[in-house]
Design a protein around this ligand. Structure first.
Ligand code: ZN
Length: 199
């Protein structure tokens, strides 16, 4: 079968995390916050924080395998409730929730599990939810050239839930659409109703 596989490793322009430098910076942050980084409770904290941020900022590698759409499948393919964990670029606090990602196949189709990997590819970064949503949609449009793409993200932002307005439990919704899902009202409505979102 005419499959196409690419290994996706590095996201364009993103640098690797320097764990030692990040750990030192956390030590400085603890001092600046009036805490003693040498106390027995905090002695391992800089390393742990550096590793936690590194994990949150590093997407796992994956093979993007696409297949020819031999059957001519032309209905919406939708993956619902894909977990999203990301870091808000304004506060370095997490935002998390779910993504619903769908596309109308063109000449090629993608393994369903790969849609979750595409979400992770862009979520593991310093983000704002609007850009994350758009990047996922743009990436699928570019790599799959489908008839249409739709991405909806519902997420709770810790920077809103735990501080500031303290809007606990409130979720922010964003969407990005391309092609037929953008242009055709019926396709768009079908997409939103299958995601459970009122479009
Ligand atoms: Zn924030």
């Amino acid at each position: 079968m005419n499959t196409v596989t690419q290994t996706l490793r590095v996201v364009h322009g993103r640098q690797e995390v320097d764990l030692d430098a990040a750990g030192k910076a956390v030590t400085d942050l603890l001092v600046a916050l009036g805490r003693d980084p040498m106390s027995e409770h905090l002695i391992d904290t800089p390393r742990r924080v550096a590793e936690a941020y590194s994990e949150l900022l590093t997407p796992r590698e994956f093979n993007l395998t696409t297949f020819p759409n031999d059957e001519g499948y032309d209905e919406l393919v939708l993956a619902r409730d894909i977990p999203v964990q990301s870091l808000c670029q304004h506060h370095l606090l997490p935002f998390h929730g779910v993504a619903h990602v769908g596309y109308l196949p063109g000449d090629r189709i993608l393994g369903l599990s790969k849609l979750a990997r595409v979400v992770e590819l862009f979520a593991r970064d310093l983000q704002v939810q609007e850009r994350l949503t758009k990047q996922i949609a743009d990436w699928l449009q570019e790599h799959l050239a489908p008839q249409g793409v739709g991405v909806v993200i519902e997420a709770e932002h810790m920077c809103m839930s735990l501080r500031g307005v303290r809007a606990t439990g409130s979720r922010t919704m964003t969407s990005a659409l391309h092609g037929q899902l953008r242009q055709d009202a019926r396709s768009r409505q079908e997409f939103f109703s299958l995601t459970g979102v009122n479009g």
